[in-house]
Design a binder for this molecule. Structure first.
Ligand code: 5GP
Length: 204
């Protein structure tokens, strides 16, 4: 049975330390689950191939601050020196239309979302081990030894916040991790809602 029209969508937040494969997993999940990805706002410069409005809304620091002042952001955080935030209205609108929404944001942001919207379902992606995380971080070939050590320490600090989350998935094998995340999304969508009358009425 499809989700009933009157039913509010679920808000999923996927986060985890850098190097856990968040981006890759989210891409796969969007292909197989009925979810809308929230497009964040950022002050960082676009990377090659990134499009404004698709990958991010790229804005100046002044524009970002204006959005904070106007209460347009559900949460925001400074990640490695750049500001990132989740536009609030778009998320609320989709949820009210009964659509599931996915946020791929950092750990500080995820905890702020949970505070603002208790209904949010937080999924933490873990690396198989710290050793493997370090290997993955150095495998990118873009960071210095020092930067890798710093990111590993930051990762450990984030992992220590796991208790605030609802689910965790270890990304050892990508296919398995994707199927675990999609199982969580499906199961959450099949929870019996508070208001069951609209569903029952379809059978009367
Ligand atoms: P990148 O610059 O590599 O695209 O993203 C850097 C980090 O920022 C990632 O950990 C990503 O999950 C996080 N991020 C992206 N959008 C948001 C957002 O709207 N809010 C927060 N708090 N973090 C975000």
């Amino acid at each position: 049975m499809a989700k009933h029209r009157a039913q509010r969508g679920n808000l999923f937040v996927i986060s985890g330390p850098s190097g856990t494969g968040k981006g890759t997993i989210c891409k796969e999940i969007l292909n197989i689950c009925d979810l809308k990805l929230s497009v964040s706002m950022t002050t960082r410069n676009p990377r090659e191939g990134e499009q404004n409005g698709r990958d991010y809304f790229f804005v100046t620091k002044e524009q970002f601050e204006e959005n904070i002042a106007n209460g347009n952001l559900l949460e925001y955080a400074n990640v490695y020196g750049n500001m990132y935030g989740t536009p609030k209205d778009a998320v609320i609108r989709q949820l009210e239309r009964g659509k599931n929404v996915l946020l791929e944001i950092d750990v500080q942001g995820a905890l702020k979302v949970k505070k603002a919207m208790d209904e949010a379902i937080l999924i933490f992606l873990l690396p198989p081990s710290m050793e493997i995380l370090r290997e993955r971080l150095s495998g990118r070939g873009t960071d210095s030894e020092e930067a890798i050590e710093r990111r590993s320490q930051e990762a450990l600090n984030e992992i220590r916040l796991l208790g605030e989350y609802d689910y965790y998935v270890v990304n050892d094998d990508l296919t398995e991790a994707v199927s675990e995340v999609s199982a969580i999304i499906l199961a959450e969508g099949r929870k019996v809602p508070d208001k069951v009358k609209p569903i029952i009425r379809e059978y009367e």
